[in-house]
Write a protein that binds this ligand. Structure first.
Ligand code: GDP
Ligand code: MG
Length: 163
């Protein structure tokens, strides 16, 4: 069986954009319906020849603000636990937010490898966010632009020891 990679992070950091770039048309399952067991998209990824199964943790558009943090935590922890390695995305342009810091706290106790990724890092607009991300406790982030396809070789190198 192929190794498995989970993409996690708060809404709007570019998880689905990265998923779509890695999977292309090799989508195994699409289900954007909200619901505890139906909130992952799964596909077969190919990154510069490296093959793995990838899971996108889906949106929370219909969520009530009061229950969102709990459900996000449950979904994030379950996705990480089920994967060989997780990509923790932050938005380099927006910088680190309180929710990113909270997710980092949830992840601190996991035994799974976590690769921190500073997405939206095309151009120089992401520099401050990259520096802020170093304080999350997962080392230096891989700088990526999921939308423009920049940094994919660095992502490959970061994933290689784990998949
Ligand atoms: P998700 O909620 O984490 O799945 O985020 P999405 O993949 O839906 O992306 C949220 C927004 O960020 C969309 O408008 C994307 O076009 C945009 N986005 C994603 N990746 C990048 C990137 O590398 N650079 C920039 N500038 N925007 C991006
Ligand atoms: Mg998404």
């Amino acid at each position: 069986p192929l190794p498995t990679v989970a993409i996690i992070g708060r809404p709007n950091v570019g998880k689905s954009t990265l998923f779509n770039r890695l999977v292309g048309k090799r989508l195994a399952l699409v289900d954007d319906q909200p619901g505890v067991t139906r909130d992952r998209r799964e596909g077969e990824a190919n990154l510069l020849g490296l093959e793995f199964r990838i899971f996108d943790t889906a949106g929370y558009e219909d969520e009530d603000a009061a229950t969102l943090p709990g459900r996000m935590r449950q979904q994030t922890e379950a996705a990480v636990q089920d994967a060989d390695v997780a990509l923790f995305l932050v938005d380099a342009r927006a910088g680190v937010t309180p929710l990113d810091e909270e997710i980092a706290r949830w992840l601190r106790s996991t035994d799974r490898p976590i690769i921190l990724v500073a997405n939206k890092a095309e151009g120089r607009a992401g520099e401050t966010g990259v520096i802020e991300a170093m304080a999350l406790g997962f080392g230096e982030p891989v700088q990526l632009s999921a939308e423009h396809g920049e940094g994919m070789a660095d992502l490959f190198e970061a994933l290689l020891p784990h998949v």
